[in-house]
Design a protein around this ligand. Structure first.
Ligand code: FES
Length: 199
């Protein structure tokens, strides 16, 4: 997908990889306790959501009902396919998968995630929606969530795509005075609405 991915693919067994982090803030899981959770992921945007989902499934009784909406362009673009069965079997969890374009084997939903969310209509009461994916998916999912009654404070997203250095030095991630790498990447939609128009 980019310079990092290519460099990783050029490594051989035994090569050394340095990892730094984690940096920035985290999903406010303390505030999610006892509440319904709605995960809305698109493409590789499922990666950060999955770590939170694993965390919540490990502590299943601490959280309410969980709905997982996950969409990709084609069935081959869905990640974590080997984990879907465990997600489905977890108590009080519904998994909704969607693709823009199916193939001969695909029996699931064909269409975009915002429309799927509208059709299933998860309850907003005592719920938190956590979303990550392509900007266009988030743009069209937000009005659907608002239509269902989610307030700006009940919607959380993560702006990973804005980051470069990750340590507040390069000035590539800032939106006004906010540094996504230091102050984020996790923000409520209420916070994002207060960002200057440049975003
Ligand atoms: S990513 Fe470099 S300053 Fe935030």
């Amino acid at each position: 997908m980019g310079a990092l991915t290519s460099a990783l693919h050029e490594l051989s067994e035994g090569d050394v990889v340095g990892i730094r982090g984690p940096y920035g803030n985290w999903f406010p899981h303390e505030e999610m306790r006892g509440r319904r959770l709605l995960f809305v992921g698109g493409g590789i945007g499922m990666a950060p959501l999955r770590s939170l989902l694993d965390f919540c499934l490990d502590r299943r009784s601490d959280f309410g009902h969980i709905d997982i909406f996950y969409g990709a362009r084609t069935p081959g673009d869905l990640c974590y396919t080997e984990e879907f069965e465990a997600w489905r079997k977890a108590p009080d969890v519904n998994l909704y998968l969607a693709v823009d374009k199916g193939d001969e084997q695909w029996k699931g939903y064909v269409g975009v995630i915002p429309r799927y969310v509208r059709e299933v209509a998860p309850k907003a009461e005592n719920a938190v929606a956590i979303t990550c994916g392509p900007p266009v998916m988030i743009k069209f999912t937000l009005p659907e969530l608002q239509q269902l009654g989610f307030t700006d404070e009940q919607i959380i997203t993560t702006l990973e795509m804005k980051m470069k250095c990750g340590v507040g030095k390069c000035g590539r991630c800032n939106i006004g005075r906010t540094y996504v790498c230091l102050d984020g990447p996790v923000f409520t939609y209420a916070q994002i609405r207060r960002f200057p128009q440049e975003f």
